[in-house]
Design a binder for this molecule. Structure first.
Ligand SMILES: [Zn+2]
Length: 400
């Protein structure tokens, strides 16, 4: 939701312009302030931002995107295994033509991962796991040639960062580069022969002609919510990464039919699932992706609508639920990072949070947005401490 002031909005942000009566009420009855979900010097990814939000310090626990996705798929990594994200990509004329291979359908991609993966598994210490569309996983086993550290520390480039650029300039570099590059080169020999690839070309779609490995890491060092907070909880999201962090934190991930990660998501299903889960667990986290996606599309109107939908369809029912059980419910609202319309990508910087419930004093500010949050002077430089304070009722950090 968070953004920078926009000239088209006379220097206001989408959150300032959007009608958000429910979040405004949370701010007014409770407390509003700023926090930085992305620690200084770390990339502003959803992985980092959500780890902070969940209460984990990304500087000490982040091991890569792939192991979080592996957790989501129920893959348990042993201490000698490193998980890589394996994209099915399309290379053309020496360039990274499409990091999604034309958003290749899951059924087609799964066949490629299964058949080509099987052949690569005979040759290399690797196992492939099919995922959704172009997003899959490759788990590499460390051995006497390449240690876990070698695999972890090899520098791999996310394919979405090099669209239109010469891919050979961005091959894995570092101690295990020969192994990882060999897996990729071998996939490039095999993929174009596969009937699925030939079929895609016949359909005029980008040819799926390479696996691209990146985002690797070993199992993240995350404590469960039971150990850390003595809380049981659930996570509700359409995004694998968020589900994966929740699962690593010992939360139950509940699938909601029609949760799409987009503006057409099943808002009602998500919030009702969360609220009914609260009859059996202590904590429910609901994640909505639409404001982020619409900012990636550079669509100002859509971002405002996504914010208003979130306010009306998620925050409002949660707020009414909290009011009905005033003595024992706390409510917390926040984005996991800035997604700027101006650049259509994520950015580092402070974002507003609001919370209400027993033990949380009112800051008396009647609006929820970046500027009103700044006015309170309440600022958490250590983002991961924020949820800790929210959940445990420890004294709140105030001041800059
Ligand atoms: Zn995003």
């Amino acid at each position: 939701m968070a953004d920078f002031p926009i000239p088209e909005l006379e220097g206001r942000t989408p959150l300032q312009v959007a009608q958000t009566p429910a979040m405004d009420e949370v701010a007014q009855r409770g407390m509003i302030g700023l926090f930085c979900p992305i620690p200084e010097g770390m990339p502003p990814g959803s992985d980092i931002g959500n780890l902070s939000l969940f209460g984990f310090d990304p500087r000490t626990c982040f091991t890569g995107r792939a192991p979080l996705e592996a957790a989501r798929q129920g893959i348990r990594l042993t201490s000698s295994q490193v998980a890589f994200r394996c994209n099915v990509v399309s290379l053309q004329e020496g360039k990274m033509y499409d990091f999604t291979a034309g958003h290749i359908p899951t059924e087609q991609a799964s066949l490629l991962i299964k058949d080509i993966g099987e052949q690569l598994e005979k040759e290399y210490p690797v196992r492939f796991y099919p995922g959704v569309s172009y997003r899959h996983l490759a788990v590499i086993e460390a051995d006497s040639t390449f240690s876990v550290e070698d695999l972890e520390q090899t520098n791999c480039t996310p394919p979405h960062d090099i669209t239109g650029q010469a891919w050979e300039d961005y091959l894995p570099e570092g101690s295990a580069k020969s192994l990882i590059q060999s897996v990729m080169f071998s996939s490039q020999k095999l993929l174009p022969q596969h009937p699925v690839s030939k079929e895609r070309v016949r359909q005029g779609k980008p040819e799926p002609n390479s696996f691209w490995l990146w985002g690797q890491g070993r199992t993240p060092r995350i404590q469960s919510y039971q150990e850390k907070f003595q809380l049981r909880g659930v996570v509700i999201s359409a995004v694998d990464l968020v589900k994966g962090i929740g699962i690593c934190a010992g939360l139950e991930s509940i699938e909601v039919p029609g949760a799409t990660g987009w503006i057409d998501t099943n808002y009602q299903g998500k919030i009702q699932t969360a609220l009914s889960a609260l009859s059996r667990v202590d904590f429910a986290l609901v994640h909505v992706e639409a404001p982020d996606e619409s900012a990636h599309q550079g669509d100002l109107k859509l971002k405002i609508k996504a914010i208003e939908d979130f306010d009306e369809k998620i925050v409002r029912p949660a707020l009414e639920f909290a009011k009905q059980s005033a003595d024992n419910i706390r409510l917390f609202v926040a984005p996991d990072h800035i997604t700027a319309l101006s650049t259509r990508t994520h950015a580092q910087g402070p974002v507003p949070f609001a919370m209400l419930g027993p033990g949380i004093e009112s800051s008396g500010i009647a609006e929820y947005h970046e500027a009103s949050a700044q006015k309170t002077g309440i600022f958490y430089p250590e983002a991961h401490e924020l949820i800790h304070h929210f959940l445990t009722g420890a004294p709140f950090y105030i001041g800059r």
